[in-house]
Structure formats: structure tokens, C-alpha cells
Design a protein around this ligand. Structure first.
Ligand SMILES: [Zn+2]
Length: 753
């Protein structure tokens, strides 16, 4: 590999790609264009290319400007959509000029990129002798074979396009495209939206481009000329059929003129990065959420006929509904009415409960597994989570280009609205489509986050947005000093050491704020939000988990837990429940076992007593003995027929496992038995009683209790499931001790003799 950096040839095997074709869904398979090619490259080549890619990334994250959000660490696609809907909002209320949003489609962009173009670029930028050599070697000669039904075609050579399947490829692409973006940025004849020191002209996510064009009839020819000019040298050509214009503030006649000069049809709706945009933001809900939910409902309608368990149906929501909704939440967190979430929840609940009345409270359903919940996704909380991630920029004051646009018409700074309640006096704040929905989310959680003034608040930012020397705002944490347990404001000289731009007038303002804020006091500890402000990866799941914790706070002690304690006549400690949720439930992959435990825990089974409450004519007497009231605990335990069943099971288990254990419902119904020094026996005990409960529940409404032989058959089932779980976990690299079934197998052999 080092040789290649010194301009040696690459091995021949690195030049080959083996291409497999995958048919596109529901297309005419007689036509070649309906197959998607996937190329396979040598692994040693990929290792080499990966090393180069990591090094190139380091260079690109400085060199490629923020308008491109694809493939570069820490940049997010959602910022593209956020900027565009803010632009639409800006041209709705503040600026009335004519505007065109132009989405550009480049014909098979990755496949058409001209090799000489980026090779030349690498040379021009002087990216180093070794890197230049490596790229020149890789993009010297490439060959490919097509593999169909394990037969390989003759090889043919490839002379353009970035290499499919190569980690360098997307980077070389955005690297080349940056030349176009730069040209657009710097050309004064291409007019975008200019606000303060920022120019909003273009956004890109890989090859998905959108141009913000002011005064379009006059300037669009310049834009198209520039793009075509770039196409001639780079090989990236406009696909006019898929290039679209969304006009704003333009009459019909003016739109026709625009089409005449550009050759591009104007549209009422355009799709950018999966989001449907129109000239008015209030239509976002109607155009994005409504159609997606209609589709989801159709799917749920189809899937309801599948024979899935409760946990299976929850997984369906998690794996196929949530990702679709989360995508929208991240890009447009603008759902303000809680009624909408209620309607969605209703549809989900209908699916999860197969159209019947829910048997577990919603707050228990959405709760974390470690607290005995089932972690059914809560869409509103996911939406709030995504909204808070946007609000985060108002607090950190980072992502300045976007928040400058988002707050362009405001009289005060962001912190005034986040902390000083300024929006009540400034109606304009809430008239903005995005701001109004975000501040609503923030207000909902603010009180949970802070009782006292947060130390990230910058009073100067709050009281005026005019820059005091760049975007460095002194925050309380920078200008307070703690003396004798009290927070005091530093002197102006001390503050000037870090913030030389704070003059006499600003210092007076600081003092005024400080005097007011010290009455409430300053937050000493970092709250959850302080952590969010510095968070990078995984923020969605961390914030969501926290919000769920708050949402379900009051239900940590679930009412069924109290009922169990009453039945057992003793207190069950939270640790015991936790052990059941965390270790016992995790021990198996078999849904049937998990579900049985959950049903016991939630006291799921409908009893004669409950049924007689619904249907006045039914008797409330136990189905088995027929003379006692059929409460949950009676049916499971105190009924004389149940008693007999459990006694037999109890005796057999003691024989099998060679243990003495009390016949206590806490052990037999809830499995809360700890066998000292013998984990294996504890596991076997749990399997045996779970089998007993599953068998018992099968005959729930029958007069007779099940035969012991059905119990033993179930035990065998479970033994097989346990072995499968072991194999699966082993396969996935999750450590699990293999259960020793020796004791039970021995017992069976004795019996068979
Ligand atoms: Zn009974």
C-alpha cells in the first residue's frame, strides 16, 4: 500500500469490480434499465480506500462549506429543509420579492463524473504527492464484469463515474461538486437571499441541490448557464425533466414568463429530500403527514390479519411505522395540535389491541422496559424530541446562519424568548410557523429543566441582537463568580479580559439583568438540558428516553404492583420487580415466555368477576369450582382446583430439582425465587413454572385443570426454545451460559424406564 502512495501500480485484482444486478420492484424486467447494479470490490482494496477516505474527510470538513450537508461528519440533512422552510417563511411575511426555489436533478450524477476533472482538481489544490498518486492509480483503468446466475460476462472497461462500492467515491463526488457550489456562492450575478452578512443561495445533500433564486425572471438564465458550464467540464448534466421550480410571490403571468426564459415548468409542489414543499408552510402538514399516515393506516389494516403476539405487534410499530414518522419529525417538527397525535395513537392502539379494549394502560405501554413497560413508541414524544433538537440551536447560538434567518424579524435575542418570557409581549414570535411550534415544545419542558436562571443564559444576547463583535456572547457562566456561596457579577475589567467588546453601556445592561435574576437565583447544577447542549451523537434516543421518564414518572409504582402486594399479603420491593424485568425477561428470546410473564404482571386475564361487570347477565362465579367469586387471584391460586394443580407441580419440581421450596404464589406465579449459589436451578425453576402457567392459561375458561402431561410437553418445548436462544445469542456474540437441562432429562428417563 505504501508503494502505491509512491506511484507504484495497484494490483490487477483491485481494478476489477464484479457487478450483480438487482431487479427494481414492480417494473418491466425485460428492460435493462430496471435493474440496479451493485458492484463488489476486493476487500484489500476497500481497506486501502477506507484509509484514504478518512484522510480526505479531514480535509473536506474544512474545505467544503456548510451548504453541503452530505457525507461530512456532524452535518445534518435536516438543516437543508430547515433553511428552505425558513426562506419560505421569510418571503411570506418579511420580504415580498419574487422568488424561485429550483431543485436540480443531475443525470446519473455519480456515474457520469469525469475522472480528469477531479484529478486536475487534486493537482490544482496541491493535496499532496502521495494522495495524488493513489487517486491517479485507482482512477487509471477500471474494469468490471457482470455476474448473472453465477455466470460472469466478459470484462469491459469503465472510464467515468465515481467507483460504486468504494468508500472514497461519495467524497470525491462532493469534492467535485463543491466547485459548482463555490462558483454560485461567489458570483454576484446570481442573486439569492441576503440577510445580514449571510447569503442564502444554495443547499446540497450529495447531488440533491436546491437553489434559492431572487428576482428569478431576470437571473435564472445566469444560474442555468453556470450549471451547464460546470456540466461541460465535470460531466454532470442537468436532467431537465426532473428539474423543478417552486415559485413564490409570483402571479400566474409572471410564472409563465419564468417558464419561457428557463424552459422549466413551475409547480405548486416540489419534493426536496423526501419532503413536499409548497409556497405556504401551513400546507406542510397536509402534504407530508397526512399522506404518510394514510399509507401507514393502509399497512396496519393489512397487517392486522397476521397472527402476531402483542410484543410482535409492538415491534411492527417500532420497526415500520416509527422510522417513517421520525423522518418527518426530524425534518419538519411542526405538528402543533395534540389532537393529531391522539388520532394517530388511536389507530396504533386499535392495531396493537386487535380492535379490542386495551388491557394495559397507555402510560405503562410506553414506559421503559427496565421499569416494567413495553416501550411502545410514543409519537408525540418523538416529535417533541426532534423539536428540542432544533431549539438547542437557540440556546447554544450555534448554527448561526440558520438561526439568523429563523429569527430575522425579532426584536430581542433568542434567550429572551427561551427564558425571559418575551414572546407574550411580542406576538410576531408566534406568527412564525416554525418558531411557534418549537417554543410550544420548549415551554412544555422548561419547568422540568430549570427552576432557577440557567448559567448558559446570555443577558446581552437576550436584550439586543445587534452584534457586539461577532457571535461571542458572554453567558452567566462566564461572568459570574461564586463568593461565600453567592453568585456575584464580575467587574467590567474582569469581563473585558475575555470579552473586550463589553463597553460601559453593555455592562450597565448586564448589571440590570443580574440584579433581577439573582432574586430567583442561578442554577448550580448542570440539568439535563446542559447535557443536551453539548450532545453529539444519539441525541434522539437519549432525549426521548428522558422525556418518557418524565411522562411516566407518576406510574413507577403501577397499580397492578399494589394489587399483587395485596394478594400476597406482603410488600414486594422495587428491586425484586426490577430483577424480574431486567434479568429474567432478557434471558430468553422466546416471545411466548416473555408474554406470559407480562400477562401475569399486568394481571391480564379476564376473570368471571370482571366479565360480570361488563355483562350484567353473566355470573361472577369461578369457572372451575363454580361456588366462589372468580377474582384474578382466586382463579390463579386460591381456588381449590388451582390449589390441587399447583400442589402437584410443586411436588414434581422439588423432586426434579432436588430443592425444598415453599408453595408460595410469589415464587410460582411471579417467579421471584432466588436459589442460593445455583443459578442453573433458578433458571430451570423459572422455566418449569412458566410452563405450568402457560398450560394453565390455555385451559383458563375450562372447568378442569390441565393434565400434568401437557405441562411436561410444554417443558420440552421450552427446553428447545432455550437451546435456540443460546445458539442465537452465541451467533450474535452475546455471552450467555448454556442452561444445563440434565436434571430434567434424567427425570424423564427414569419415568420412561
Ligand atoms: Zn374456584
Amino acid at each position: 500500500m505504501n508503494g502505491i502512495l509512491e506511484n507504484q501500480k495497484i494490483p490487477d485484482s483491485w481494478k476489477y469490480a464484479s457487478i450483480t444486478t438487482i431487479p427494481k420492484e414492480a417494473q418491466d424486467l425485460k428492460s435493462v434499465k430496471n435493474y440496479r447494479p451493485i458492484s463488489l470490490l476486493n476487500v484489500d482494496y476497500k481497506i486501502f480506500a477506507n484509509i484514504l477516505a478518512e484522510r480526505l474527510k479531514d480535509f473536506l470538513k474544512e474545505w467544503i462549506k456548510e451548504e453541503q450537508s452530505g457525507f461530512i461528519p456532524k452535518r445534518q440533512m435536516k438543516d437543508n429543509v430547515r433553511e428552505i422552510i425558513n426562506i419560505i417563511e421569510y418571503y411570506e411575511f418579511t420580504r415580498k420579492e419574487e422568488l424561485a426555489l429550483l431543485t436540480i436533478d443531475m443525470e446519473k450524477a455519480f456515474d457520469n463524473l469525469n475522472w480528469d476533472f477531479f484529478k486536475l482538481l487534486i493537482q490544482e489544490l496541491d493535496m499532496g504527492y502521495k494522495f495524488t498518486n493513489a487517486i491517479n492509480q485507482i482512477y487509471d483503468k477500471q474494469e468490471a464484469k457482470i455476474k448473472i446466475n453465477s455466470l460472469e460476462s466478459k470484462s469491459f472497461s469503465i472510464g467515468k463515474g465515481t467507483r460504486q462500492g468504494c468508500p472514497l467515491s461519495p467524497l470525491l463526488f462532493i469534492f467535485s461538486l463543491e466547485i459548482l457550489l463555490n462558483n454560485i456562492r461567489e458570483d454576484p450575478n446570481l442573486k439569492g437571499a441576503k440577510i445580514k452578512k449571510y447569503n442564502y443561495k444554495i443547499r446540497a445533500y450529495a447531488d440533491d441541490l436546491i437553489c434559492i433564486i431572487e428576482d428569478p425572471i431576470k437571473t435564472i438564465p445566469n444560474w442555468l448557464f453556470k450549471i451547464r458550464e460546470f456540466g461541460e467540464v465535470s460531466g454532470l448534466n442537468l436532467n431537465m425533466d426532473k428539474t423543478m421550480i417552486l415559485p413564490k410571490n409570483m402571479t400566474k403571468k409572471r410564472q409563465e414568463e419564468l417558464t419561457a426564459v428557463s424552459g422549466i415548468q413551475t409547480r405548486k409542489k416540489i419534493k426536496y429530500l423526501g419532503i413536499t414543499l409548497t409556497a405556504r408552510n401551513f400546507q406542510l402538514l397536509e402534504n407530508n403527514y397526512v399522506p404518510i399516515w394514510r399509507e401507514i393506516k393502509k399497512d396496519l389494516e393489512k397487517w392486522k390479519y397476521l397472527n402476531l403476539s402483542l410484543l410482535g405487534r409492538i415491534s411492527v410499530i417500532k420497526m415500520s411505522i416509527l422510522p417513517k414518522m421520525l423522518f418527518l419529525f426530524q425534518n419538519i417538527p411542526i405538528v402543533r395540535k395534540s389532537q393529531i397525535f391522539k388520532n394517530w395513537n388511536k389507530d396504533i392502539s386499535k392495531f396493537v389491541w386487535k380492535g379490542k379494549k386495551p388491557r394495559i394502560r397507555r402510560s405503562y405501554m410506553i414506559d421503559e422496559k427496565k421499569r416494567g413497560g413495553l416501550r411502545l413508541p410514543d409519537l408525540q414524544i418523538y416529535h417533541d424530541t426532534c423539536g428540542l433538537i432544533w431549539v438547542k440551536d437557540w440556546a447554544t447560538l450555534e448554527n448561526t446562519k440558520i438561526i439568523t434567518l429563523e429569527g430575522i424579524d425579532l426584536r430581542a435575542g433568542w434567550h429572551a424568548y427561551l427564558w425571559y418570557g418575551k414572546k407574550t409581549t411580542e406576538k410576531k414570535f408566534g406568527n412564525h410557523f416554525i418558531r411557534s411550534s418549537l417554543i410550544k415544545i420548549w415551554d412544555k419542558y422548561r419547568k422540568k429543566l430549570y427552576w432557577k436562571t440557567p448559567r448558559w443564559i446570555s443577558p446581552l444576547e437576550a436584550c439586543q441582537r445587534r452584534e457586539i463583535g461577532g457571535e461571542i456572547w458572554p453567558r452567566y457562566k462566564d461572568i459570574l463568580v461564586k463568593e461565600n456561596g453567592k453568585h456575584n457579577l464580575q467587574s467590567q475589567e474582569e469581563i473585558n479580559r475575555k470579552f473586550p467588546n463589553v463597553g460601559w453601556f453593555q455592562y450597565m445592561q448586564l448589571k440590570e439583568y443580574y440584579n433581577k435574576d439573582k432574586i430567583l437565583g442561578f442554577e448550580e447544577r448542570d440539568s439535563f438540558w446542559d447535557k443536551v447542549m453539548t450532545m453529539g451523537k444519539k441525541q434522539v434516543s437519549i432525549i426521548y428516553t428522558k422525556l418518557i421518564e418524565w411522562e411516566t414518572e407518576e406510574v413507577t409504582i403501577k397499580e397492578n404492583m399494589t394489587k399483587w402486594a395485596k394478594n400476597l399479603g406482603e410488600k414486594i420491593y422495587l428491586e425484586e420487580w426490577e430483577k424480574a424485568w431486567n434479568s429474567r425477561l432478557k434471558a430468553t428470546y422466546a416471545t411466548e415466555l416473555k408474554e406470559n410473564w407480562i400477562k401475569m404482571f399486568y394481571r391480564w386475564y379476564l376473570t368471571p368477576q370482571k366479565l360480570s361487570n361488563f355483562y350484567k347477565k353473566t355470573s361472577n362465579k369461578c369457572w372451575k369450582c363454580g361456588d366462589q367469586v372468580g377474582t384474578f387471584f382466586h382463579c390463579w391460586w386460591t381456588c381449590k382446583k388451582a390449589e390441587k394443580y399447583w400442589k402437584e407441580i410443586h411436588q414434581k419440581i422439588q423432586e426434579m430439582l432436588h430443592i425444598k421450596v415453599e408453595l408460595d404464589p410469589k415464587y410460582f406465579l411471579l417467579g421471584m425465587l432466588n436459589v442460593e449459589n445455583d443459578k442453573n436451578k433458578e433458571i430451570l425453576f423459572n422455566y418449569l413454572i412458566t410452563a405450568a402457567r402457560i398450560t394453565y392459561a390455555k385451559d383458563w375458561k375450562k372447568k378442569e385443570t390441565p393434565e400434568l402431561s401437557s405441562w411436561l410437553n410444554k417443558v420440552l418445548d421450552i427446553m428447545n426454545m432455550d437451546k435456540l436462544t443460546y445458539l442465537l445469542k452465541n451467533n450474535n456474540g452475546i455471552p450467555k451460559r448454556q442452561t444445563d437441562w440434565g436434571l430434567i432429562k434424567k427425570k424423564r428417563k427414569e419415568k420412561n424406564k
